[in-house]
Design a protein around this ligand. Sequence first.
Ligand code: AMP
Ligand code: MG
Length: 392
Amino acid sequence: MAPLLSYAEALSLVSESVQSHGRSERISSANGLNRILAEDIASTEPNPRFNNSSVDGYVLGQESDAGPDRLLEISGVCVPGGDPGPPLLPGECRRILTGAPTPPEAFGVVMQEDVTRSGNQITLNGSHLPGQFIRMVGSEFGRGQRILAKGHPINPGTLGLLGSQGIGEIEVFQPVTVAIITTGNEVAGDGLGPYQIRNSNGPMLVGLVESVGAQVVSAVHVLDEPEDLGAAMHKVGSADIVITSGGVSVGDFDYVPSWMRKHGEVIFHGLKVRPGKPLLFGKYAQSWVFGLPGNPASSFVGFQTLVRKAIAQLSGRTNTSLMWTRAAYMDTHLAHGRGEFVRVEISQGQAFPVAEQGSFGLRSLALCTALALLPHDRDVAFGEPVDALILI
Ligand code: AMP
Ligand code: MG
């Protein structure tokens, strides 16, 4: 193995190497959740569409009617969705409800809490300002403005914005395609022998890929034979990413690195990180290859810290940053020369290690909400702040 890289070095190599795949398609906005815009979106209409009231109250017509103790006649009601009627005459006001259009040239709206009503008349308590409680047409944006940029992720808020504009079709990037190959003679297929284990990395990796909006195009398991690995790699076709799990270290059955050196390109192999030291990143044909170590925690951490970045880069997203937070580490840690990702649960700014932290641990993967990154060269005292990667 060449000199081991730090996590930061590995992350920048991944982000420098991997670019957007650029493939796009036109889809119904209703199916757009978690896709990435492949076009800028311009507004079809201003927001708000028309002047309207932000409160329940009374709409005033003139400045001279806005002073304290003015007595005004209620001449009608402006309701949401209804015509607000003609401009107000002096001495006149109209009852108005939130979201209702204001009459032309209205002076402002007075909250119902700020008037005294008696029958069909109101008296103003205090004086009022021009334009108050009126949401002006186009005050957020006008027609034909760029309201969303290419590379923006379609989150629920984006769906609301598109819905408000009547935009029913959008150009989005196609999902990133991922092929998964798990390896290991000990991992059971149909039957489960006494010293075999079930495949936990397979379903976990499918879930991880899908949870970041990428598409699993195949998921297979192979024995620890270079020919079997080769046959599976050949079948991957044009997947953007191939993830292998297991067989990437220096054991007698670890064929992924030698196979990759012979048939593909190894960009790095080995990280100064625990868990996940033997992780491999490379290229085979059209695909970026991540050789994740077989221990479940190593596969999980390798995906969350590096594969996720590659998927973001391929997806066409503009902002591909992983999300980090700072939290008080609720344990102690002795530096051991490698960075360590600890599976933690974050609560109220505190990071609590969860369950078994050995790389064979499985419950921690189900329970953690973040990965605290502990430094390679410095002890961490109880309660000291550390960086933590927020998980999906
Ligand atoms: P390896 O990286 O192949 O040396 O595997 C490291 C450890 O992870 C071994 O204990 C394997 O049995 C285990 N392992 C490998 N692949 C899987 C898998 N798909 N599911 C669960 N455990 C696995
Ligand atoms: Mg193995």
